[in-house]
Ligand binder design. Sequence first.
Ligand code: HAM
Length: 424
Amino acid sequence: MSTFQPVRGMRDLLPEEAETLNYVVGKARETASLYGFKEVITPIVEPYELLGAKSGEEIRARIFKFKDLGDRTVALRPEFTASIARLVTTALKNEPKPLRTFSVGSVYRYDEPQKGRYREFWQANFELMGSNKPEADAEVILLTNSMMKNVGLSNYALKLGHVGVLRGILSREGVDDKTQNAVLQRMDKKEYDEALALVSSDKCRSILQALIELKSENVFDTVEKMEVLVQGYEKATAAVENLGAILKLVTESGCEIKTVDPAFARGLEYYTGMIFEVYVPELNIALGGGGRYDRLVEVFGGEPTPAVGVAHGLDRIALAMQTQNTVLKTAQKKRVVVIPIKEEQKSEALKIAQMLRDSGISVEFEIMGRKMAKSLEDADKRKVDYAVIVGERELKEGKVVVKDLRKREQAEVSVSGLVEKIKA
Ligand code: HAM
């Protein structure tokens, strides 16, 4: 019989990979706490209608959707934003605004598997509800910057745009919402010719073309040139101004924005304002992305609630850290094995193991019934720091033998002084 493998696009994370992912999760939690975001935990399975409602064709087509045994059409969440918007219209409805939520966990998309692209992956998600001010947008960008810095990545770059610019032009030229979504989908994939082909107005096409081709020296210059290009388009002009205000706040607070891309669009349909992504030069996939979505809560039946948020792709961050040889800054805990020499010392040895664990020391107990030499050899191979050997003779004097497996020294130590000796 052949052996089982994980489902295509899904992975097992082995101890080292799990350690790195957990490290990144820890950094995301720290970042959330630094910026005042409170964690909420929502279900992985949600009503399909909720997840499909405003995510956009691109994600909708990739949702893992199925009927549960009660004949409900449900789905595995492809992101967190819809779940948080649901919460804001229900359990968190009466919470004072601004509301800052943080979530972390696995999400599911039927993407084509490749490097950094999986069907089950992890996101850290931050949503800031209740403010339409540029400082709210700035906060979400700044926390992304902090997260990248805190995990130890270097040379990461932030890319900024604003969907209000493209939508402002398209609506003024009478392009309906559905076609607008289709245009933005193509733009997101950099299929500019296909995007332009969907627009019938010559004037509209030529402005879009100019935005796509706009190049400049620096990001502020880009915004100025965008302002000139969209002159006469009220909504697009307001969007460019808003983009400029966010850029100024973020830059002046010390965070560099590498690019402002006037033709930047993202796969999700619910964005109404600023959008951004973060990259490292070694990988050509985004490590995180987000933006402003002022109408989603209303679509879900809630009060009109301006909102902005971001999701960080934790598997991709871990991959970037591996590519850049980033060192995990964790306090290395000492590891100990406790080995009873004979059957008669087992209970006493377990008691000693428990005493060490109660003091926060990590202990592996010899459970294979091996002879001491074999057990020590194994501990050595697995890079354990100390072996505590519990023998009859030493026990009678209230002592054990402690072997320092790194220094290759050994000493008799009183049981009462054992914790201190190992922690030293
Ligand atoms: P998103 O851009 O679809 O945004 O996903 C965010 C991040 O998840 C991406 O930048 C990427 O790092 C990671 N990601 C996406 N697909 C995959 C995949 N197949 N494999 C591995 N990683 C992947 C959102 O999900 C929005 N909910 C973000 C947001 C929150 N906007 C407002 N609030």
